[in-house]
Design a protein around this ligand. Structure first.
Ligand SMILES: Cc1cc2nc3c(=O)[nH]c(=O)nc-3n(C[C@H](O)[C@H](O)[C@H](O)COP(=O)(O)O)c2cc1C
Length: 401
């Protein structure tokens, strides 16, 4: 469930109402951080918001007192949602233009979480094409822009431009959360990356998997509100924020961790490229080169997907990947059936620039009930969102049976 809310306050008279919003969020158990523009400080003191939120109020990016000043993206990363209330015409214009000249605008630019704007201004400013155009830009980029209320405005005019009441903003925030975090409470276990099968202390057998597909799926599941555990082979990727990370090296490690974690998972996505073979014996000392050739005896590793299918419990969705270079559909369907999977993602790894060690992939999903969904070729992050969408629906259907 979302935990951290950043409240941005810009310089409008409605800033006083935001004190109530901060207090209400705090009472609902959120960790609230307030960022004020210099303009906002003319209307309400930082002390008010510091007292209500229990956290330091930040304004200036160069303020040496703030713990976030060096790495100003820290707060943007931590935030589950940012709500700007009131959002002045000026703040909206800056956000639309991507300016970053204070703590609030910089955080907005660095954030990847949902952002809600609650505009507040004089009616003429609100209806001005510049403001409407800026609001449209923000909406197109995925921001949630609340409409304004009508009524008596602080400037004496009567009309549109009035900031929505704090309770309405809260209700709106919860509606956005409900829409976005619809995997709340669903436990997703993802495996990613290659495994390394050690020959001696310096040599190993591995494969070209970069882990990008599995990491993208784990991230998409986190964004959908799921509790995510990511079991990863050795990769050169940063950990997925807010996922529980488990590092493994060999196929045996992967099998051990995945089977131990599986009983606690509702959805399992086996995206790792686990080695099928491992050296029969490990040489504890580095093997010295000789003049002739050398034969390495390999034995089969544990089939992780097969093991997971053996312990699969009711209402658990098991998804595998089939990275193929030929007989695509036939191989994918054989794997789907033999491993008792609910869904398999086929990817053709023979295509240049797609699949292994690439940012792009091509995916076709085959479901247990015979349904086929072609997701086409796209960036792995885009495909991951679509995969999560598909398996989320499949999981719901599974539970409804
Ligand atoms: C008394 C007073 C009230 C104001 N109320 C608003 C307002 O409700 N909405 C708005 O967009 N600007 C309002 N302004 C103008 C903004 O404060 C001004 O554009 C400022 O530059 C905004 O800075 P900021 O967006 O960085 O906070 C008001 C100005 C004053 C003096």
């Amino acid at each position: 469930m979302p935990r951290t809310v950043v409240v941005g306050v810009s310089g409008g008279i409605a800033a006083y109402k935001t004190a109530y919003l901060v207090s209400a969020l705090k009472k609902q158990g959120y960790d609230v951080h307030v960022l004020m523009t210099k303009g906002a400080l003319h209307f309400v003191s930082a002390l008010t918001f510091e007292t209500l939120s229990g956290n330091a109020v930040l304004t200036d990016t160069f303020d040496r007192k703030s713990e976030f000043n060096v790495e100003h993206v820290a707060l943007a990363k931590k935030a589950d949602m940012i709500v700007v209330a009131p959002a002045t015409a000026d703040l909206i214009a800056k956000a639309a233009a991507g300016l970053a000249d204070d703590m609030l605008t910089t955080t907005l630019l660095a954030a990847r979480c949902p952002v809600v704007f609650a505009p507040a201004m004089n009616e003429a400013m609100y209806h001005d094409p510049a403001t409407q155009c800026n609001l449209e830009v923000l909406r197109r980029r995925g921001a949630y822009v609340m409409d304004t209320g009508e009524g008596y405005l602080a400037c004496g005019d009567v009309g549109a431009g009035r900031m929505r009441e704090p309770d309405e903003i809260l209700e709106y925030m919860h509606a956005v959360w409900a829409e976005l975090y619809d995997m709340h409470g669903v436990r997703v276990l993802v495996s990613a990356g290659p495994t390394r099968e050690m020959i001696d202390p310096v040599r190993y057998i591995s494969n070209r998997s970069s882990g990008k597909m599995g990491y993208a799926i784990a991230e998409a599941a986190v964004h959908a509100g799921a509790d995510v555990t990511l079991v990863s082979g050795p990769v050169a990727l940063p950990p997925v924020d807010k996922a529980r990370m488990v590092s493994v090296v060999s196929a045996a490690d992967m099998a051990r961790e995945m089977t131990a974690l599986a009983p606690e998972a509702d959805i399992i996505v086996m995206a790792a490229a686990v080695a099928d073979y491992t050296p029969k014996s490990y040489e504890p000392q580095k093997i010295k080169k000789g003049n002739g050739g050398m034969t390495l005896e390999l034995v089969r590793t544990v089939d992780v997907l097969q093991e997971l299918s053996k312990i699969k419990r009711e209402n658990q969705l098991l998804m595998g990947f089939a990275a193929e270079t030929q007989n695509f559909e036939e191989n994918a369907l054989t794997k789907l059936r033999s491993k008792n999977l609910d869904v398999i993602a086929l990817n053709d790894v023979s295509r240049e620039g797609e699949g292994f060690d690439a940012d792009q992939n091509n995916i076709r999903l085959y479901f247990r009930d015979g349904r086929v969904q072609d997701l086409g070729s796209d960036d792995k992050t885009v495909l991951a969102l679509r995969i999560i969408d598909e398996i989320k629906n499949a999981y719901r259907q599974l539970c409804a049976r």
